[in-house]
Structure formats: C-alpha cells, structure tokens
Design a protein around this ligand. Sequence first.
Ligand code: HEM
Length: 405
Amino acid sequence: MDGAAIIEELLTSEGRADPYPLYARAHALGAAVPAGPDTFLVVGHTAADKVLRTPAFAVATADMMAELTPEFAEHPSMALFGRSILQRNAPDHPRVRSLIASVFTARRVAALRPAVEAAVAGLLDEMAKQGADGSPVDFMDAFAFRLPVGVICELLGVPERDRYRFRDLASDLTVALEFIDDRSELTKADQAADELAGYFTELAAERLARPQDDLVTDLARIAADDPERLPARELLANLVLLLVAGFETTTNLLGNGLALLFRHPEAAAGLRSGAITPAGFTDEVLRFDSPVQLTSRVALAEGLAVDGLPVPVGNVALLLLGAANHDPARYDRPEVFDPTRRDSQPLSFGGGPHYCLGAQLARLEAEVAVPALLDRFPRLAQGGVPVRRDRLVLRGFETLPVIVR
Ligand code: HEM
C-alpha cells in the first residue's frame, strides 16, 4: 500500500472509524511519504514538528485556495475561516494573533478554574438527575458538549440564553475544515457561517455600547479603536474561530478520554488512587486518540525537504498528527495507552506559529472534569454502544451512553 492508497482508505468510513492501522502502515513507509501528485503525508513525529515550525511551510490561505478552485472563494464558510488566523500567514497572522493573545492570556484562563469547577459540578448534578432511574445518559450531549461551550461562551461573553444554538451551528460550520468532495456539503456550513457572523456583529456592537469583562468587549474595542490593526471582518472571523475551535475539539477530548477510561479500568483506578495524575491522563488521551487528527501546509520556498524527501514549491504536506502521536520512533509501544508516560509532547495542539491558542484552557477543562466525574459516580459504567462521528479531521463521538451511579 503506498501513500496515495493510505489517504484513499483514510477517507472511507472504515478508515475514519479506526485510522490507526493505516497510520502503522504509513510509518512502515517512512516519516514522509509521497501520496499522489503534489501531495505527501508526514507521519513522523520529528518530521511533522519540524514542518509545523518551518515558516516556508505555510498554511493555505483563502487566496491560494481561490487560485486552485475559484468556486471555493464564494463560499461564506470558507471565506470566514480564510479571514481567521487559522488560515493566515505572516505578516497578517502575527499581527492578529498577538492581539488575540494579548486578551486571551494565561492569567485569564487560570482565573477561570473556579468557574470551570462550578460548571462541572452543575453538569454532574444534571447527569445524576437524568440517570437517577438507571437509564443511560448520553455523556456527549449532557456533559462533553456543554462544558466547553459554557466555558468558551463565558470567556467570550456570550449570554447563556444563546448558547444552545451553537452545537449544530459549529458542527455544520466545521464541515468546511474536512475533505470535501462535493461542494453541496457546504450549504449548511455556509448558512452557519452567515448566522454566526451576524450573531457576533450584533454582540460586538452591544459590547461596545455596554462594555463587560470579556473577550468580545476587548477585541471589539481594539477593532473600533484601530481598524487597520483589526478590521471588522477579521474581528468577526476570529470571534467565530474562537467559538468553534474552543468546543468541538474539547468536546472530543472529553469523549475520547471517557471512552478510554471504560476500556482501561486500571487508568480509572489509578486516577482515583492518585497513582495517575489528571495532567498525565489528559496528555495520554491527547496522544493516543487526538481530537484533531490532521492539518496541512503548503511549500512556499525552493529547496525544501522533509526527512530527505525533496519538496517542490506548491506541494501540500498532509500532517497526520494522530499518526505522529503513534510514531514508533518517538514512543515506546505507541499502541499501548499508558497515562504514566513522561515527556510525551503529543502534536495534538499543533506546533510553531499556529500552536493552539486554547491548549491551556482545554487541558484545564479535562483536568477538572475527569477526576470530578470519577469522584461523583464511583461506579460509572458504559450504558450502550458508543457511536463515532464519521469524520477524519475532528475525531470524536456522536453519542457515548453512560449509566451514572
Ligand atoms: C483538545 C482541545 C483542542 C485541540 C486538540 C486543539 C487543536 C488545535 C490545533 C492542532 C491547532 C493548529 C492547527 C494548525 O496548525 O493548522 C489549533 C489552533 C487553534 N486553536 Fe485549538 N485545539 C483545542 C482547543 C482549543 C480551545 C479550547 C481554543 C479556545 C478558544 C482553541 C483555539 C484555537 C485557535 C484560536 C487556533 C488558531 C491558532 C493560530 O492559527 O494561530 N483551541 N488548535
């Protein structure tokens, strides 16, 4: 099986359901593997990390995509992501990223801990009520989605009454980040993009009129004071990015983590006894079953190479983060789930200039949620067959039934 066949298989439902055997086959071919015209896979941990840190491997911007497929530029969903920092390179990327980082600070995130603890306790109470008669409760709906959406909305300043709308909107919008064969798949993503942009336009205006201690107020003020540094369209795109990047991924971290706890009761026992730390557990979930499996870069300079593979200008690197996290050259027995690993440094949050801005927040949520869940329900058990979402890039569960007791 060559690199092109591996990608083809990864895009089937079976491949998406369990990509790990395909990653193992890719590792056998090398750290960087040609995968068809102008495309190659990067599966080695060191190689992927290096590509992420090399500015000449840039993210594909909306302009580049429009050149390849002009129709894409017309899609509001693609255009919205295209205006966010996720799809910008220098000098636009550092200009806007530094503004966001100046208000989304480590201190602000650390200060959220009591709010995260309170949100976790409230959701566990709800789960206990829902499952009091012994019937299964869907962990994804009752907890894994609600916690991150509550936390990021708290940080952004989205009022509680509006939050319920965001699950479907985010899920529809992030289709634009998957591999798309048929552009009709973007219809719902486009509607979601328009609705979210409209929503944040109103919220930003409202916060300028009546400022609060939140990110929408801070960023809207920067945009109003200095529109050259942060034009209104970029403000909106990045508010939407913060919203959707902040919960689909963390939802999947929580769901993938709980599914692993059911498969590894010894890890649950270790967490309960203190032999395994919440931070160690979270790191290993990130490594073992990464909520983000793939990102990509385009070669913009002459003379680039990855692990000895020459890369002509314009070639696309598909960085299989989930595979890099299972690189046998980097990890001892990568297929073993071992929350006592040290110095694991999974690539689940990316690396280099686009390193995830929300990594600290996502870790905080998981590190508070997992011990509290085990504490609250000493005999928590699986309550039915979990169903995976049929996605490759954002990997997680649609439903994960549990019995709370
Ligand atoms: C487990 C949870 C999360 C995972 C696995 C994750 C993963 C990632 C990855 C892999 C990237 C880099 C993409 C690339 O280089 O192409 C990224 C970027 C980003 N993430 Fe996260 N993320 C998570 C949670 C969050 C949270 C809670 C937020 C908070 C709002 C967030 C906000 C962002 C933003 C704004 C970027 C873009 C950074 C840039 O382009 O400079 N993420 N994330």
